[in-house]
Design a protein around this ligand. Structure first.
Ligand SMILES: [Zn+2]
Length: 320
């Protein structure tokens, strides 16, 4: 291997799975492994899975821990500058010294950050946000996560609480957000939002081809079904998608007005159906930005899909 190249392990820790990538500082993914997150979500059990898998990857590649610059981990929650997980609701973790424990157990440098922030860092280095200085990644999944890059660095806010763009309040909604507020962007522009609104319309008696899959339980309806129905001109699916697009556009216009970024990239599961809403989205964004027709911010679909997290986490190790 090129001597100039540094190698790291990037880890994307989620509520259901833990993705591992042995990566190079040039963006090559030398190996990808995946483990299930322990059902208990127990901190020590999870740490054990992580250390076990790191050793396995090193063994598979004939490497020693000393060959790594370090290990970066994206967690679904808030991590402070000491690499402590302040909280991660999906994992039921609070004040867990993840960095310290892993450094002790593995004997290498470890850095911990928010998963969406680090996915943004991945897109910034190797994906849709390459060659920018200021750019944002919005991950459209169950919720709406964000990675904000300012002057080429991951922006965390002063207390590592920043960039909760999904909880930017942009209207009034018919249901409350998980965070306890009403009107958060992610209650309008996420998979949960789409399903809830389509269900809401059907419960109000509107007819739809989705009714046959909807049954009685909201859980039975998926965004894939909504997107498929929208492609078949189903009225409810289109209405739900229009509302999603409208509010996402308002959120994006606000971000453009605040940050004036070069690129806003859309990632997460819903971005795979971007052909259904990206054009409309760009039009609605323009009607809400301060600078309208000539606004130079590009809105694009993210490049790296599921690899953004491992690449960004790995590159995060190289940061001071
Ligand atoms: Zn919220």
């Amino acid at each position: 291997m090129d001597q100039q190249q540094k190698i790291m392990i990037g880890i994307d820790l989620g509520g259901t799975s833990i993705k591992f990538g042995l990566i190079s500082s040039k963006g090559a993914i030398l190996r990808k492994n995946k483990r299930k997150t322990p059902i208990s979500k127990d901190f020590h059990e999870t740490v054990e899975v992580i250390t076990e898998e790191v050793h396995r990857i090193l063994e598979q590649e004939g490497l020693r821990i000393s060959h790594l610059v370090g290990i970066g981990i994206g967690i679904p929650g808030v991590a402070n500058e000491k690499g402590e997980v302040v909280f991660a609701n999906n994992l039921f973790w609070k004040n867990k010294p993840l960095q310290r424990i892993l450094e002790e157990q593995l004997g290498t440098r470890v850095k911990v950050g928010n998963d969406a922030s680090l996915a943004g860092f991945g897109e910034f280095h190797f994906g849709a946000m390459k060659n920018t200085r200021n750019a944002l990644l919005l991950t459209l999944g169950t919720g709406l996560g964000a990675g904000v890059i300012i002057n080429g660095n991951v922006f965390h806010g002063s207390h590592y609480l920043g960039t909760e763009i999904g909880h930017m309040v942009i209207g009034e909604n018919f249901y409350n957000c998980n965070c306890g507020n009403n009107g958060c962007l992610e209650t309008f522009a996420s998979a949960t939002a789409l399903v809830k609104y389509a269900t809401h319309l059907m419960d109000a008696g509107e007819t739809s081809s989705l009714k046959t899959v909807h049954g009685k339980k909201e859980k039975s309806l998926t965004t894939q079904q909504i997107f498929a129905a929208a492609r078949n001109n189903d009225k409810i699916a289109i209405k739900a998608l229009d509302r999603f697009t409208h509010y996402l556009a308002i959120g994006i216009a606000n971000l453009i007005n605040i940050f004036d970024p070069e690129v806003i990239a859309l990632g997460g599961g819903l971005s795979e159906s971007g052909d259904l809403f990206l054009e409309d989205l760009r039009v609605v964004v323009k009607t809400h930005t301060y600078v309208k027709e000539q606004n130079p911010t590009k809105i694009v679909i993210a490049d790296l899909k599921n690899d953004a997290g491992i690449l960004g986490s790995g590159m995060f190790v190289l940061k001071d």
